[in-house]
Design a protein around this ligand. Structure first.
Ligand code: FAD
Ligand code: A2P
Length: 320
């Protein structure tokens, strides 16, 4: 971690930028590749970590903008197989102005454009980008990948680290690169659940479908919150899907080999943790504080889940 500090970022070059949603989506999410060759970041990250971007210019107080973190969407060997090009999955933050303090005009509802996400998404091939990192030491695959089975849960851009993981587990380094010959596909069972508002918002959908077609031990589940389901049911969140399709996951979740990884919207763990506990599947994944032990999981408040329900070493959480 912290091979490059955000106070002294290094210059990478954007080598690719493309929309990575499935169709005409109301949100703009880009797969942005950054060439970090020749910098200390080259070969220095693992899938699941994030990296920092320092946007140019200054904030409203005249201070340099702060660093923002972005999950690395590449495998540890990079987009290129040599660890020279990393990527992320950047969503433009677009919102209406809202007062942030008493001094702000409450009638101002102009468009608010997030500083760093729009900077990253505006960059074109060849443009410089100030980067730092890598960050994160917990949201990583275990050293022995085949010793575990996996449940991966993503919402929105939370899919980014899972692209890197799935690459490492099932695709492998490109031919002709140093790690190619020794790589073997993972033999474990892996389920990925991806939640988005509409089908058109799915990210890297073609990639995951292709891998699922080629690898029978990888299952890809899409969970759409604002569309009617093919069976006529209402749209749902990933924990509703997990609950509804439980017979499919019961064996996986009762198996001591299984690791759970959760990435995306802050708060998404609340429903997931409640569902696991409600179904008697929390053992090994969650540590419950005395305060919540006697309370039915459906009655846990989000605050209680955050403070009183802790993920064990078999449950990895990255929410923002
Ligand atoms: P900012 O300009 O920093 O705005 C941030 C917030 O301030 C917004 O919520 C905005 O609504 C609010 N705000 C501020 N002023 C106003 C105002 N006047 N009116 C209304 N709202 C206002 N993001 C990704 O897209 N992809 C990733 O893979 C990713 N990975 C992450 C990994 C980690 C570990 C973390 C911590 C975060 C990650 N993020 C990721 C989020 C990312 O770091 C940024 O927070 C995000 O891109 C928004 O930054 P910004 O500079 O565009 O927005
Ligand atoms: P919705 O927005 O319909 O409430 P994105 O980041 O692209 O907006 O996608 C996030 C997805 O996660 C959306 O489908 C969103 O549904 C859903 N979502 C929102 N809140 C939660 C939550 N607490 N738990 C799980 N999923 C959630």
């Amino acid at each position: 971690m912290h091979v490059v500090l955000p106070t002294a970022p290094v210059t990478g070059r954007v080598s690719q930028s493309r929309l990575c949603t499935k169709g005409k989506s109301a949100s703009f999410v880009r797969h942005v590749c950054v060439d970090v060759s020749g910098t200390p970041l080259e070969g220095s990250w693992q899938a699941g970590q994030s990296f920092g971007v320092v946007p140019p210019g200054t904030d409203a107080n005249g201070k340099p903008h702060k660093v923002r973190l972005y999950s690395i969407a590449s495998p540890g060997y990079g987009e290129d197989g040599h660890g020279r090009i990393l990527s992320t999955t950047c969503k433009r933050l677009l919102a209406e102005h809202e007062p942030q303090s008493d001094k702000d005009d409450p009638t101002d509802h102009r468009l608010f454009t997030g500083v760093c996400s729009n900077h990253v998404c505006d960059l074109r091939e060849g443009d410089p980008i100030a980067v730092a990192g890598p960050n994160g030491k917990r949201f990583l695959l275990p050293a022995d990948r085949n010793a575990h089975d996996y449940l991966f849960l993503a919402t929105g851009t939370g899919i980014a680290p899972f692209r890197g993981f799935i690459h490492e587990l099932f695709v492998g380094p490109p031919a002709g690169t140093p790690l190619h010959a020794a790589w073997r596909p993972c033999t474990s069972n892996v389920h990925l659940l991806m939640g988005t508002p509409y089908t058109s918002d799915l990210i890297y959908d073609d990639f995951f479908r292709q891998v699922a077609k080629e690898r029978p031990n990888f299952s890809y589940h899409t969970v759409i919150s604002r569309e009617t389901r093919p069976d006529g049911g209402k749209g749902e969140y990933i924990h509703h899907y997990l609950d509804r399709a439980l017979p499919q996951f019961d064996g996986l979740l009762r198996n001591e080999r299984t690791l759970i990884y959760i990435c995306g919207l802050a708060g998404m763990q609340v429903g997931v943790f409640q569902t696991l506990a409600k179904r008697g599947l929390a053992d090994g994944f969650l540590d419950l504080h005395e305060e919540v032990k006697g309370v039915p999981p459906a009655d846990w408040t989000p605050e209680q889940v955050k403070r009183r329900v802790h993920a064990t070493r078999r449950c990895m959480l990255e929410v923002y």
